[in-house]
Design a binder for this molecule. Structure first.
Ligand code: COA
Length: 260
């Protein structure tokens, strides 16, 4: 598939997806979702990709939401489909077993913030602005913010943001736990890559197992989650990387992980 609305790059053991409609502030249209979905499928089958960074092209936006030109045509039937199309792609992104990091380089509004919410970690530029402005348009968030935002920042803050449609800056987002860290705008990608390289230096199977268990934490009860963690813990104890990691510690040397 030839991509027009995203740029998909592999750099060593990580991939970067750049949303590529800068003249429309990277608004998420049907073509973009189809291309994003295709790239996610490629990542699932690529055994050499151990992390993914998602960001926006241009200096202004991560993504300014669902494409309002397309959205405007919706009625009660097609509106449900409109929501399901984006929501499914974001769920697939969240369910990737490699760490997925949003580098929020500007506006992340509506569906743009929801896309960032479906990533595992969010780093923001100090110029980023975030919000769920859907009620301004007479709709509600349709790509998961009513579900993921309360899980991340608590029900009350999510309620405040969604029903007021207010836009918050990066520092405010940091203070409520919406983003993990804020970096000076021009350093955002370098700092994000630095973090990715730190993660890539760890046992890759262990990192994927941790992503899996943490992702399951809001889908299982505590008792089920603990049982799930023990099972996955056992699985990683059966890997060569585990033997190497523990032996390297005992021999006081850096571990050399092979992903097996
Ligand atoms: N869907 C479609 N097009 C969008 C868009 C969206 N969500 N957000 C921005 N654009 C387009 C604008 O229509 C404009 O296109 P044009 O140059 O062809 O007219 C272009 O992107 C630049 O946006 P503009 O509004 O001129 O930039 P700005 O700096 O004045 O304002 C925002 C930036 C983000 C405040 C403003 O674009 C905005 O409010 N966007 C919509 C946000 C939103 O409601 N998202 C939720 C959608 S469900």
């Amino acid at each position: 598939m030839d991509y027009k609305t995203i740029i998909f790059e592999k750099n060593g053991n990580y991939a970067t997806i750049k949303l590529n409609r800068p003249d429309k502030l990277n608004a998420l249209n049907f073509d973009l979702f189809a291309e994003l979905d295709d790239a996610i499928k490629q990542i699932v089958f690529d055994r050499d990709i151990y992390a993914l960074i998602l960001t926006g092209m241009g200096d202004k936006a991560f993504a300014a939401g669902a494409d309002i030109m397309e959205l405007h045509k919706s009625d009660d039937i097609s509106g449900k489909q409109f929501s399901e199309i984006g929501s499914k792609v974001m769920l697939r992104l969240e369910q990737l077993r490699i760490p997925v990091i949003a580098a929020i380089n500007g506006f992340a509004l509506g569906g743009g913030l929801e896309l960032a919410l479906s990533c595992h970690i969010r780093f923001a530029s100090d110029k980023a602005k975030m919000g769920q402005p859907e009620v301004n348009l007479g709709i509600i968030p349709g790509y998961g913010a009513t579900q993921r935002l309360p899980r991340l920042v608590g029900k009350s803050k999510a309620m405040e943001l969604i029903i007021s449609a207010k836009t918050i800056d990066a520092q405010t987002a940091l203070s409520i736990g919406l983003v993990n860290e804020v970096f000076p705008h021009e350093q955002l990608m370098d700092k994000t890559i630095e973090f990715v390289n730190l993660v890539l230096s760890k046992g890759p199977l262990a990192v994927m197992a941790a992503v899996d268990c943490i992702d399951m934490s809001d889908k299982l009860s505590l008792v089920e989650g603990l049982a799930y963690e023990s099972k996955v813990f056992g699985d990683v104890c059966g890997t060569e990387d585990f033997k190497e990691g523990t032996l390297a510690f005992l021999e006081k040397r850096p571990a050399i992980f092979i992903g097996k």
